[in-house]
Design a protein around this ligand. Structure first.
Ligand SMILES: C[S@@+](CC[C@H](N)C(=O)[O-])C[C@H]1O[C@@H](n2cnc3c(N)ncnc32)[C@H](O)[C@@H]1O
Length: 302
């Protein structure tokens, strides 16, 4: 019975050999010129171009570690590493630096191997390790800096899940080490349908990035977000990435870090220049004025 059902599933999802050949032929007939820009685009490449700033992340990890220990950090663990662009930047930034990237999605890791890892020198590749696993696992050696970027731990929706993850993260950090995570907030993040759009690349091959607040439940803080890309010819990759998270606040996260055993935590807020423009630089703050939309870092000391 079970094997019959499996065969049925195979036929329905994969097609018979002749239909597969027809499909391949039809695809081959569709020339590159006839494809829309969205069809030609690679969603991971668009993501990296629009969302990630590995240079900035590596610079910030160093600043935050120096603020606590007055020396340079050498080992990094990037939890929820995705295509591990930050790990790659880390091993490139110093010939003694090592990085460990952890993510449970094989498709994403494979993309990173084919597109990011290949650009590293042999020496840099040797200092980068990847693990396809849940972040809630103990691995050795412990590291100076553990990073969980792009709000990824918001996937854990209950207090006990987050505290368990923080305990494990703490166990993966050296006794003189830090954990870094980014946070977002502000009233705009609670407006269903709110969209933040940006031109990422100009010119013929340019595209726009759309970050949409799909839903926000004020009772339990369940929040869904999506990333879409729109291209010059009007074509879209709609909802290329979707996230279903709990919207955690800075104060809750700091309380959970303390509960997990972290000695102290600090909030880094973006500074403004004399015209009120964001500088891209972050400094420790205890009190800040409210803003409609902000991104900050929390740095926890083991
Ligand atoms: C929002 S993306 C962040 C990617 C990358 N850190 C960045 O900054 O762009 C979240 C990533 O977390 C991974 N992920 C989700 N739950 C995980 C878990 N429990 N253990 C390991 N990876 C997980 C997903 O596969 C995905 O690649």
């Amino acid at each position: 019975m079970i094997s019959n059902m499996k065969n049925k599933a195979d036929i329905s999802t994969m097609g018979t050999p002749s239909t597969r050949i027809d499909e391949k032929k039809a695809l081959a007939e569709k020339t590159l010129a006839a494809m829309t820009l969205a069809e030609k685009a690679d969603k991971f490449r668009c993501y990296q171009k629009s969302v990630q700033s590995p240079d900035h992340e590596v610079g910030f990890f160093e600043q935050a570690f120096r603020d606590v220990f007055q020396r340079k950090p050498y080992s990094l663990r990037e939890d929820f590493c995705g295509t591990f662009a930050v790990c790659c930047k880390w091993v490139k930034s110093d010939s003694e630096r090592t990085a460990l990237g952890v993510d449970l999605c094989s498709e994403t890791l494979e993309w990173g191997k084919a597109n990011n890892l290949v650009k590293l020198s042999e020496s840099q590749k040797k200092r980068l390790r990847l693990l396809e696993q849940d972040v809630r696992k103990k691995n050795r050696p412990q590291v100076d800096v553990l990073a969980a970027q792009n709000f990824s731990f918001w996937i854990f929706k209950t207090r006990s899940e987050v505290v368990d993850y923080f305990k494990m993260a703490r166990a993966n950090i050296k006794s003189d080490g830090i954990m870094v995570m980014d946070m977002m907030g502000g009233g705009d993040c609670q407006i269903e349908g709110h969209v933040d759009k940006r031109v990422v690349k100009k010119g013929k091959r340019g595209f726009r990035y759309y970050w949409k607040q799909e839903s926000y439940n004020p009772i339990n803080h369940d929040a869904s977000f999506s990333i879409s890309f729109k291209f010059k010819d009007g074509s879209w990759i709609k909802r290329a990435f979707e996230y279903h998270w709990r919207f955690w606040s800075v104060v809750e996260v700091r309380e959970m870090l303390a509960e997990a055993g972290f000695k102290e935590s600090h909030v880094y807020w973006e500074t403004e220049d004399e015209n009120g423009e964001d500088t891209g630089e972050f400094e420790r703050r205890d009190s800040v004025p409210s803003a409609p939309c902000w991104i900050s870092y929390i740095v926890a000391v083991r």
